[in-house]
Design a protein around this ligand. Structure first.
Ligand code: CTP
Ligand code: CA
Length: 225
């Protein structure tokens, strides 16, 4: 609808979107990753750009084509994503963190390919920085939108994240539902606002979900500024 109407209500706004999953190296040929495809984040970047925003997309590895007219910074690890996000944070109006960031990384990445010597292999993992939580601590004028990927207790877990990370809105995603979550073209989400209001959306394409989320962000921007 907004495309047909040529609605450019995000003109003059800078929107930072993170997308896809991070890869944490084990050795020169292997990594710890996750099933995130980047589809939700890329759809958000495209929807924001179509509404006139200047979009900065920070993306983990993804097979999706870089959307036209959008600045894409490609990263691999959570640490690199953090650097890229922090470099832009002060100058953006909105951050949407759709990326699936690895919570832990191998404590050390081996210099050489690990050989299959023993019958078992134990990796020692160390916690990655929580990028979104850090943004929540630093935020001034920025709107912060998070995602919550859950397999149980969707609403309570998502609500906890909204509060802990000082978010304005969180998009709760039950990744076990058919037609939702990783690497699907559709999604089924609940949107939780910081005032506690909860909205349930039906199964929609990721682009449709993105349009609805961008609508909500526009309303928040008008109300806050
Ligand atoms: N996130 C982040 N940095 C991390 C981990 C997560 O910025 N190191 C962001 C994600 O991009 C997402 C939100 O935090 O927007 C929630 O991610 P999720 O994995 O659902 O929650 P976690 O806080 O990591 O908690 P857990 O995985 O234990 O449920
Ligand atoms: Ca996590």
């Amino acid at each position: 609808k907004s495309l047909l109407q040529g609605n450019r209500d995000l003109a003059g706004k800078r929107v930072l979107v993170t997308a896809a999953g991070t890869r944490e190296p084990i050795d020169p040929v292997r990594y710890i990753g996750n099933h995130s495809s980047g589809k939700m984040g890329y759809a958000l970047a495209e929807a924001a750009a179509a509404r006139g925003a200047e979009v900065i997309l920070v993306s983990g590895p993804s097979s999706l084509a870089c959307p036209a007219g959008i600045t894409v910074t490609k990263v691999e690890t959570a640490a690199q994503m953090r650097e890229a996000v922090l470099a832009e944070f002060d100058t953006v109006d909105v951050v949407i963190k759709a990326a699936a960031v690895a919570d832990y990384r191998p404590e050390t990445a081996a210099d050489q390919k690990i050989k299959k010597t023993g019958n078992t292999l134990t990796l020692s993992m160390i916690k990655n920085p929580d990028i979104l939580r850090e943004l929540g601590e630093r935020k001034k004028h920025q709107l912060l939108i998070g995602f919550a990927a859950e397999t149980q207790e969707l609403l309570s877990h998502a609500q906890e994240k909204l509060i802990k990370k000082n978010l304005d809105m969180i998009v709760a995603n039950d990744v076990t539902l058919p037609g939702a979550g990783f690497n699907t073209d559709t999604n089924i989400v609940r949107v939780i606002h910081k005032n506690g209001q909860i909205e349930e959306l039906p199964q929609l394409t990721k682009r449709q979900v993105a349009e609805i989320l961008i609508d909500k962000i526009c309303v928040m921007l008008t109300n806050y500024t």
